[in-house]
Design a protein around this ligand. Structure first.
Ligand code: ADP
Length: 251
C-alpha cells in the first residue's frame, strides 16, 4: 500500500501560475520521504493538494487509497500536517490546542486527555499546558504545532520545513522523536532546505523544480545517477547554485 499516490497531478492557480505540471509520485507506507526543491518549486502546492487546502486542476492524489478530493475526510484523517507557518490560535492554551484538534478528528474525551498528556510529556510542554500559545517561545510554538499534527495518531505526518529557524538542540530532539515514530510505522513526508539533513534522515528523496519531479530515489541512487559525491552537488546540478543560495537565505 502506498501512503501517497499522485498521478498526473496539475495545479494552475487563478493567476495563471502553473505550479504543478502533471506530477507522478508514490510514497510507500512507512517510508521517510524527502521532498527537496528551491523556493517556488511547488512543494507547498503539492502538500496543499494532498491535504485539501488546494484544489488540483488535473490528475489525482490518493492518501492510503482515499482520493484527496472525493474522499477528503478519509484522506485527511490519515494525515498530520505541521505547516511551515506557525498557525496556532493565540488565545488557546497548549492543552486546549491539542484537545480541540483531537475533537475535530472525532477522538473521545478520555482518549484526548490521555493523548494530550502523552504529547505534552514527549515534547517537554507539561509545565506550559495552561499557557496561551502567544506567550510561548518560538521553539515551544514549533513543538506545539508538531504535537498537534500527531494528536490524532495519523498514519502519515507531513513536515513542511519543520526545523527552519529552530535551534540545534530542539532540532535534534525533534528528529529523535520523528525517527522513533517512523520506526513505529508512521510515514513521514518532509520538505526541507537542509539537504544534508534530508540525506541523513530520508530513505527516499524526490527532487522537484519548477512544478516537475526531476528525479526520485535513495540519496545513493541520486548521487550515482547524477555522478556526484554529495546530495548537495546533485541538488546544485538540478536546480542551479543561485537557487540553493536563495533557498538557504544566503543572498
Ligand atoms: P514552494 O513551496 O516549493 O516554495 P509553492 O508551491 O509555494 O512552492 O509555489 C509554486 C508556485 O506557485 C510559485 O510560483 C508561487 O508563486 C505560486 N503560488 C503558490 N501559491 C499560490 C497562490 N495561492 N496563488 C497563486 N500562485 C501561487
Amino acid at each position: 500500500m502506498n501512503a501517497v499516490e499522485v498521478k498526473k497531478l496539475s495545479k494552475i492557480y487563478g493567476s495563471g501560475t502553473h505550479a504543478l505540471k502533471e506530477i507522478d509520485l508514490e510514497i510507500p507506507e512507512g517510508s521517510f520521504f524527502g521532498l527537496l526543491g528551491p523556493n517556488g518549486a511547488g512543494k507547498s502546492t503539492l502538500i496543499h493538494c494532498l491535504t485539501g487546502l488546494a484544489m488540483p486542476t488535473g490528475g489525482s492524489a490518493a492518501i492510503f487509497g482515499h482520493d484527496a478530493v472525493d474522499e477528503y475526510q478519509k484522506a485527511r484523517h490519515n494525515i498530520g500536517l505541521a505547516p511551515q507557518e506557525i498557525n496556532l490560535d493565540w488565545f488557546l492554551s497548549v492543552e486546549d490546542t491539542l484537545d480541540f484538534h483531537g475533537g475535530y478528528f472525532g477522538m473521545r474525551k478520555a482518549e484526548r486527555q490521555k493523548r494530550t498528556n502523552e504529547l505534552l510529556r514527549d515534547f517537554s510542554l507539561l509545565d506550559k499546558r495552561k499557557a496561551r500559545s502567544n506567550f510561548l517561545s518560538g521553539g515551544m510554538k514549533r513543538r506545539v504545532v508538531l504535537a498537534r499534527a500527531l494528536m490524532h495518531r495519523p498514519r502519515m505526518v507531513i513536515l513542511d520545513e519543520p526545523t527552519a529557524g529552530v535551534d540545534v538542540e530542539l532540532r535534534l530532539e525533534l528528529w529523535r522523536y520523528i525517527k522513533k515514530i517512523n520506526q513505529q510505522g508512521t510515514t513521514i513526508l518532509l520538505t526541507t532546505h537542509y539537504i544534508e539533513e534530508a540525506e541523513r534522515l530520508c530513505d527516499k528523496i524526490a527532487l522537484i523544480n519548477k512544478g516537475e519531479i526531476i528525479e526520485t530515489g535513495t540519496a545513493e541512487q541520486l548521487k550515482k545517477r547524477f555522478k556526484q559525491k554529495t546530495l548537495e552537488d546533485v541538488y546544485l546540478k538540478v536546480v542551479g547554485r543561485s537557487e540553493l543560495t536563495r533557498s538557504l537565505g544566503i543572498t
